[in-house]
Ligand binder design. Structure first.
Ligand code: SF4
Length: 708
């Protein structure tokens, strides 16, 4: 990317949860220039391949520029914004009047800005009266949310990126950070070079991240909590635990340790469960035990599991037992996938939360009801993503508004999701693109939303840092901000409290709600930003929450001292269930399919797919297979192979590689029917979810492969 001029707009990358600051501008010839923002504390000017190619992805080809309504057959006709908004409001109102509020739902996206998420959530939960608001972030980090709540009493990430600079040992679990969080991975590598920090990578496949590790543990799928249970036992038996910390600040240690002993009573037992040599497990346990400053960072390999929440808590248990939490260089750390999964969590973008990190306990419902003046507010949790689409398939949900997401490609059992969409009485899609698998599954109304570079608002990254996304391009066609579209529909449905003039107005209300009646006492508190002027909002510097009333700066770390957010102020050890996978292998499906990302693509390639430079890295959909499995199946290097599960099939280019262990396949998630026929990997994934977080098990589908 060319260097941005001094007049560049300071904004934030729209891809991963690292949340890098970007300087963006348009030169005299109309070409967008993008560079890293040296003043942003999350990336200090660095960008990865995706971020530095942003300027190449801003063309208007394929953009949805005007409201459209399905006409005869598969065609669409243009209509005015007034007519489109009237149709959405009337459609939702009609179905709510006939069938009740739970007959409608919103499915949102971690790509949305916090202000968009806030207004959507207020409309559905506050005024329509259902909590059927969920998001594609459910597929990404819901297990981390649930694990945080169980351990800390709140969905609060204890550490920050500076801890990755200061740690002496960094353990990456289920994370290909070199590809999926590249700027953070560079930070880890600099710590390694400058300070000699050690890197342990725990994963089921040898990734680019694993290649850089001092110790790589290639574990069996689903065995994470066996490994971390064994580690807890080892820490206890080695006398490394911090008894004072456990005594003063936690509860449940003995029960968690007893369960850990049942799961993995020794190094040898942990090694057997994880499918590892005992010497490797012993080496990891020894490194963890003798290093005071440890960050254990985890990502989708942990979260995307039917036991994801238990895995998260097994990791947190080891940090609570050693008092290594919320201190410089010491913390469990969730690496968030999407740019604003955290912001969505903050405003209640998940069906099991209300707003400002509040749940559906009666006092929270009452507080939000009074703040919003919303007598019909939802009083119980709504349906999480997979359950929401199952309700659509049953006909229980009759109207669905999907915003900035493509669930017909990305949900587990995606063919079933696509079929379900076709049953809806009303399917509204707000998006940047004119066509995708979801739109082509029978959408009735298309609403053109502003894209990155055109819209204004905030996002929150993995270290709780709120940064501004700022516009530097004129919105094309009739595109509008999502928060404004939701506000207009709310007003047309007759609801008060949606007279927002700007993103700044929405942000102020969100911040005020976070501090309403119990300022200074809650985990998520933006009271210090509740009275920002429009100018101050425009100039808002990247800031970590909480920012309590009267404060102008947030906190880098949480829980290093003082109370946790549980009723008694103590953190909770959690005893995990014994490790298991949701679906067993069978004679028909003898292999395990893992799904994930490639370095230079993002989600369903809507933006990254438009850059030829990015496409060169992985130009077509593929499946990786071990040479032994390839030989047994008759699959040849670079030949086409059909991958089949109980839920669907795909045709993918075969890459025969020792990176994959025997018995295991890997296929990336990015391709859709729009970009490559028969390559929607979501169709292969079973709809098995973690019973606590609702997050699907996307990395262990029983599968078969054959040449084609
Ligand atoms: Fe964007 Fe993530 Fe790359 Fe940073 S690391 S430039 S946020 S994709």
């Amino acid at each position: 990317a060319a260097a941005a001029p001094a007049t560049a707009t300071r904004t934030t990358c729209p891809y991963c949860g690292v949340g890098c600051g970007v300087l963006a501008s348009v030169d005299k010839t109309g070409v967008a220039r993008v560079a890293g923002d040296p003043s942003h504390p999350s990336n200090f000017g660095r960008l990865c391949s995706k971020g530095s190619a942003l300027g190449e992805t801003l063309g208007l080809e394929g953009r949805l520029l005007h409201p459209l309504r399905r006409s005869q057959g598969d065609g669409f006709e243009r209509l005015s914004w007034d007519a489109a908004l009237d149709a959405v409001a009337a459609g939702f109102k009609r179905i709510v009047d006939r069938h009740g509020p739970d007959a409608v739902a919103f499915y949102l996206s971690g790509q949305l800005l916090t202000e968009d998420y806030y207004v959507a959530n207020k409309l559905m939960k506050g005024f329509i009266g259902s909590a059927n608001v969920d998001t594609n972030s459910r597929l990404c980090m819901a297990s981390a949310v649930a694990g945080h709540k169980r351990a800390f009493g709140a969905d609060a990430v204890p550490g920050c990126y500076e801890d990755l600079d200061a740690a002496d040992l960094i353990v990456l679990v289920g994370s290909n950070a070199a590809w999926c969080h590249p700027v953070l991975f560079q930070r880890i590598m600099r710590n390694r070079e400058a300070r000699g920090a050690q890197l342990v990578v725990i994963d089921t496949r040898r990734t680019a991240t694993a290649e850089s590790a001092d110790l790589f543990l290639r574990i069996m799928p689903g065995s994470d909590q066996a490994l971390f249970s064994g580690l807890l036992v080892h820490l206890a038996e080695s006398g490394v635990i911090d008894s004072d910390h456990i005594e003063r600040r936690t509860t449940g240690f003995e029960a968690a340790l007893a369960q850990a002993r049942r799961i993995a009573p020794s190094i040898a037992a942990a090694a057997v469960s994880a499918g590892l040599p005992e010497t490797e497990v012993a080496a990891f346990f020894d490194m963890f035990a003798r290093t005071a400053r440890v960050v254990t960072a985890f990502s989708q390999g942990v979260n995307q599991s039917a036991q994801g929440t238990d895995k998260v808590n097994a990791i947190i248990n080891c940090h609570l037992a050693t008092g290594r939490i919320g201190k410089l260089g010491s913390s469990p750390f969730s690496l968030t996938g999407q740019p604003n999964a955290m912001g969505g969590r903050e405003v209640g973008g998940l069906a099991n939360s209300l707003a400002a990190h509040m749940g559906f306990e009666p006092e929270s419902v009452d507080r939000v009801r009074r703040f919003w003046n919303a007598p019909r507010i939802a009083e119980r949790e709504g349906l999480k993503a997979v359950a929401m689409f199952e309700a659509v398939a049953r006909g229980d949900i009759k109207a669905l508004w999907i915003v900035g997401s493509n669930p017909a490609a990305s949900l587990p059992d995606a063919d079933a999701a696509r079929g379900a969409l076709q049953k809806l009485e009303l399917l509204v899609v707000s998006d940047n693109v004119r066509s995708n698998d979801t739109i082509n599954s029978g959408a009735h109304l298309l609403l053109p939303a502003q894209a990155w570079g055109e819209k204004n608002g905030t996002v929150t990254n993995s270290e709780r840092r709120i940064s501004r996304q700022r516009a530097f391009l004129s919105p094309p066609g009739e595109t509008r901000p999502d928060w404004a579209i939701f506000s207009d529909v709310a007003r047309r449905m007759g609801f008060p409290g949606f007279d927002f003039r700007s993103a700044a107005c929405v942000f102020r209300e969100h911040a005020a709600l976070s501090a309403f009646e119990n300022a200074g006492k809650r985990d998520f508190d933006l009271g210090g930003l509740a009275e920002l002027s429009d100018d101050a909002y425009d100039a808002l510097e990247p800031t970590q929450w909480p920012i309590r009333p009267g404060e102008s700066a947030g906190r880098s770390r949480l829980f290093g001292e003082g109370a946790f957010n549980t009723p008694d102020g103590r953190a909770r050890f959690v005893a995990p269930e014994k490790p298991t996978l949701a679906s067993a292998l069978t004679a028909d499906y003898p292999l395990r399919l893992n799904t994930g990302r490639v370095r230079d693509q993002w989600h369903s390639m809507t933006r990254t797919g438009t850059s030829p430079r990015l496409a060169r890295h992985a130009p077509e959909p593929f499946v990786e297979i071990n040479p032994k499995d390839a030989k047994a199946a008759g699959v040849e290097q670079n030949g086409f192979a059909r991958v089949v599960t109980a839920h669907g099939s795909c045709v993918l280019r075969a890459i025969v590689t020792e990176r994959q262990p025997t018995g295991h396949l890997f296929a990336p998630i990015h391709w859709t029917d729009e970009t490559s026929a028969q390559a929607r990997v979501g169709a292969l994934v079973p709809p098995c979810v973690d019973p606590i977080s609702g997050q699907p098990e996307s990395k262990a589908a029983p599968a078969a492969i054959a040449p084609c």
